[in-house]
Design a protein around this ligand. Structure first.
Ligand SMILES: C[S@@+](CC[C@H](N)C(=O)[O-])C[C@H]1O[C@@H](n2cnc3c(N)ncnc32)[C@H](O)[C@@H]1O
Length: 561
C-alpha cells in the first residue's frame, strides 16, 4: 500500500465539511471544537458555519437521517465486528483517526461527492487508518450462504452473486447488514452513465462513453434475463428465495450501481482474490493522486494469528486534522469513472480519450471494390493483412490518447501500416522493429495519420469546445441543467480539450523533427490513415472499444459468464 510524501490531494479536500460527526457515538463536540479552531479568526463565523451545517440549534444534526444512518453504522461496526472507532484514547490505543462526513464537495466543480471520511486528528504517513473483519463484508461466499449454494453455484460470477445478496438484504426485514444498507446510496445519488436516460446520454454525443454505456446497459439487461427469467431462471426454480417483486430490474440496477462504484477487489486473501463490499472502507472517496489502496491480510498480531482475515488501510501521506482522506480506485480515465462511478475528476492524470485508428490495407481486391482510379494498390497490402492477423490485430483499432502521451502500440501499428517498398527494400515486414522510427517518411505519415484520426474523433461532437466552455462559464444557466447534464458537458469539453492538445503536440513534433518537408509527402501515396469507405461501414459493428477492453481486464462483467 501507500508511501507517497507529497501533498498533492490537498485541492480535493473538503476543508470545511458540511454535516459531520465523530466516529464514535455521533457527537459533534470534537468537531465543533475543531471547526471553531479552524475558523476562529472571524468573530461569529463558527456559529454561522455550524448553523449552516445543521449542527447547532435544537436538533444538533440528530434529526438528519444521514447522521442517524452514520451513527447506526458506527455502532454496528463496533458491536458486530469489534471495529475500533472510539473517539477517546484508551489503554494502549489511540483514538480512531477518522470520522464520517455526510456531505463532501469537489472543490473545483463544487459538485457533491457524497459521504467521505475525514481526519479527526493529524495523521502521519503509514498510520493504520482502518481495519474491518471479512465477516462484515458482502462477498460471493456470504451471498451463497444467504441465498443457498444450490441457487448460487460455485462457479457463479462474483458480481452476479453479490448483486443477488445486495437485493436480498435490502428487501429483507431483519437483515444483519441493515445498518450498512442504511448508508448505501440510491441510484440517483451516484448516477453512473449506465443508469442515465437517453435524453441525458444525448449530451455526451460524440464521446466514446456513449458506446461503452449502451453496451453495458445491454449486458446488464441480458444478464438479468439469463439469471432470473425463463424455465431455468431463479424466479422459476427458487420462487421463495427469489420472489419477482423483490428482484426487480430497478433493484438490479441499484445493486450494480453500488457494486461498480464501491466493491473492492481484495487480492491478498488466503483463498485467492475476492470481490467484496467493505462497510466503512467504501466511504472513502477517490483521488487519482492517492497512493493508498485497500487490501486484506490475516488478522491478529505476529504471535496470535487468529486465521481470520480483515480489510486494512494505511495512510499514504500525512493528513491535517479536518482534511478529507482519499484512496485511489485505480488509474482510471474520466470515461471509466463516469460510466461506473458517476463522477469525473477535473484534473485527472490518467484521463484519456479513445481514438479510432483505421487503415484498410489496399489489396487488389479491396481497391477493385472501391472502384476509384485514384486509389492505387499497395504492393505490401497482402503481407500487412497477414502480419496483422498473425499478431491478433484488426485493421481498425481503438487506442486511448492521453493528455501528454499516446500508446506505443498505436505508433507501432501505424508504422507497420505505413510501410512502403522504399522502407522494406525487399525485406519481410516481420523483420522490422516497429517500436523505433522506420524512416523519416514513414514517421511523417504516421504522425499525420494520428492527427487525422484525432481530428476525426473531434468532428464527431456536435458542439465545439469553445461552445461547451461558454456554457460552463454562464454559471446561472449551467446550474439549470441536471447533475447528469452538467457532468456530460464538462466531460465532453475535457475530452475535446485533450484531443486538441494532442493535435497541437503532434503538429509541433512534426515541425521539430523536420517531418513537414515536401519530399516526405511521398508517404501520402501510402495509406495515410484514412478510414477507407469500406472500412467505415464495417466499423459500425466493429469489435470492442478500448474502454470495454480495459473494463474486461478489470474483471467487470462485460461477458459475465
Ligand atoms: C466508494 S464510494 C465513496 C463514498 C461515497 N461518497 C458515499 O457517499 O458513500 C464511491 C462514490 O463516491 C463518489 N465519489 C468518490 N470520489 C469522488 C470524487 N473524487 N469526486 C466526486 N465524487 C466522488 C461517487 O459517487 C462514487 O460513485
Amino acid at each position: 500500500f501507500l508511501q507517497h510524501p507529497t501533498n498533492t490531494c490537498a485541492r480535493y479536500s473538503s476543508s470545511v465539511p458540511a454535516f459531520f460527526m465523530a466516529g464514535g457515538d455521533g457527537s459533534d463536540t470534537e468537531w465543533a471544537k475543531a471547526l471553531q479552531e479552524s475558523s476562529g479568526m472571524i468573530p461569529g463565523q463558527f456559529e454561522t458555519d455550524m448553523k449552516m451545517k445543521g449542527l447547532l440549534g435544537p436538533k444538533k444534526g440528530q434529526g438528519d437521517p444521514k447522521v442517524t444512518a452514520n451513527s447506526n453504522l458506527v455502532q454496528w461496526l463496533e458491536e458486530e465486528g469489534d471495529v475500533y472507532l472510539s473517539e477517546q484514547s484508551s489503554w494502549g490505543e489511540a483514538p480512531h483517526p477518522m470520522a464520517i462526513s455526510t456531505e463532501t464537495k469537489d472543490e473545483i466543480t463544487n459538485e457533491s461527492s457524497g459521504r467521505g471520511l475525514l481526519a479527526r486528528k493529524d495523521i502521519n504517513d503509514g498510520d493504520e487508518l482502518l481495519r474491518v473483519p471479512i465477516n462484515l463484508c458482502l462477498t460471493k461466499a456470504s451471498a451463497r450462504k444467504a441465498l443457498g449454494k444450490d441457487a448460487l453455484p460455485e462457479d457463479i460470477n462474483e458480481y452476479l452473486a453479490v448483486a443477488c445478496q445486495l437485493i436480498h438484504e435490502r428487501t429483507s426485514e431483519n437483515s444483519f447488514w441493515k445498518p450498512y444498507l442504511g448508508v448505501l446510496p440510491e441510484v440517483d445519488e451516484v448516477n453512473p452513465t449506465f443508469t442515465w436516460s437517453d435524453e441525458d446520454l444525448n449530451f455526451l454525443n460524440g464521446s466514446p462513453v456513449v458506446a461503452a454505456t449502451k453496451s453495458l446497459q445491454m449486458k446488464l439487461e441480458r444478464e438479468y434475463q439469463a439469471l432470473f427469467e425463463g424455465e431455468e431462471g431463479l424466479f422459476a426454480k427458487f420462487p421463495d428465495r427469489f420472489p419477482k417483486e423483490r428482484f426487480t430490474y430497478d433493484n438490479w440496477l441499484w445493486a450494480f450501481t453500488n457494486l461498480f462504484s464501491r466493491a473492492i477487489r481484495l487480492r491478498s486473501l488466503k483463498q485467492g482474490e475476492t470481490l467484496a463490499m467493505v462497510p466503512y472502507a467504501d466511504l472513502i472517496n477517490h483521488s487519482p493522486f492517492s497512493q493508498a489502496y485497500i487490501d486484506a491480510r490475516e488478522n491478529g498480531d505476529w504471535l496470535f494469528k487468529t486465521g481470520d482475515e480483515e480489510v486494512i488501510l494505511f495512510a499514504d501521506r500525512g493528513y491535517r486534522r479536518m482534511e478529507q482522506i482519499y484512496i485511489s480506485y485505480g488509474p482510471k480515465s474520466n470515461a471509466e469513472l463516469l460510466l461506473l462511478y458517476g463522477f469525473a475528476v477535473e484534473r485527472n492524470p490518467f484521463n484519456s480519450v479513445d481514438v479510432t485508428v483505421s487503415i484498410a490495407p489496399r489489396t487488389a481486391s479491396f481497391v477493385k471494390e472501391l472502384n476509384d482510379a485514384n486509389i492505387p494498390v499497395d504492393p505490401l497490402a497482402e503481407e500487412k493483412v497477414e502480419f496483422l492477423s498473425s499478431v491478433g490485430r484488426d485493421k481498425t483499432v481503438d487506442f486511448p490518447c492521453y493528455a501528454d502521451r499516446y500508446p506505443v502500440e498505436m505508433l507501432e501499428f501505424l508504422r507497420l501500416m505505413q510501410m512502403t517498398p522504399d522502407d522494406t527494400r525487399g525485406k519481410p515486414l516481420a523483420d522490422f522493429d516497429y517500436s523505433r522510427t522506420i524512416s523519416t517518411a514513414n514517421e511523417a505519415a504516421v504522425l499525420t495519420s494520428v492527427i487525422d484520426a484525432v481530428k476525426r474523433q473531434l468532428s464527431k461532437y456536435p458542439n465545439t469546445e469553445d461552445q461547451d466552455a461558454a456554457m460552463i462559464k454562464d454559471k446561472s444557466l449551467f446550474r439549470l441543467l441536471s447533475y447528469n447534464q452538467r457532468m456530460a458537458v464538462r466531460h465532453r469539453r475535457n475530452e475535446k480539450r485533450l484531443l486538441k492538445r494532442t493535435i497541437a503536440a503532434l503538429e509541433k513534433q512534426i515541425l521539430v523533427q523536420g517531418l513537414d518537408t515536401e519530399e516526405l509527402t511521398r508517404a501520402e501515396g501510402s495509406t495515410l490513415g484514412q478510414v477507407l469507405p469500406g472500412d467505415m461501414e464495417k466499423y459500425g459493428m466493429k469489435q470492442k472499444t478500448a474502454l470495454e477492453d480495459r473494463l474486461e481486464k478489470m474483471g467487470l462483467p462485460i461477458d459475465l459468464r
